[in-house]
Design a protein around this ligand. Structure first.
Ligand code: ZN
Length: 143
């Protein structure tokens, strides 16, 4: 075992269970968003959250109409709900997302967020959803 492990960093990883009281954040893996996005989430969502980082935060899959893609997103969300009691799904979309062909249009993403919300509510009635749009210079909560 010793030959297999080469320590490159040290930190405290707390053993045990936690509750993602703020919910599960669905976030695009786009590197441009990572530092500002994680800083924002850590400061804005103070109770704790799970973080699922996949292309377009899963929004393209969720709104694709493809059953397998939708199932994949639901499984990720479902695991957060099951394992960490996430009470809320936090959908996010960002401008210029490559998973939507790099479209630059806030209204396009707001419509996709609304569509994703409708799909989730259809499949999981009663689920609480919040939506964020990440523009080039700010993050907005979408009503
Ligand atoms: Zn993206």
């Amino acid at each position: 075992m010793e030959q297999k492990l080469n320590k490159i960093s040290q930190f405290d990883f707390k053993e045990g269970h936690y509750v993602a009281e703020d919910g599960v954040v669905m976030w695009c893996f786009d590197k441009r968003l990572r530092k500002n996005g994680l800083d924002f989430l850590e400061n804005y969502l103070k109770l704790g959250f799970d973080f699922v980082s996949i292309a377009s935060g899963g929004l393209s899959r969720l709104t694709s109409g493809d059953e397998g893609s939708i199932k994949f997103v639901l499984e990720e969300v479902g695991k957060s709900v099951k394992l960490h009691k996430s009470p809320t799904i936090i959908l996010t979309a960002h401008n210029n997302c490559g998973d939507f062909g790099g479209v630059i249009d806030a209204n396009f993403y707001i419509e996709k967020l609304d569509e994703g919300e409708r799909k989730l509510k259809e499949l999981a009635p009663g689920i609480k959803i919040r939506k964020f749009f990440i523009d080039f210079d700010a993050i907005y909560e979408v009503n």
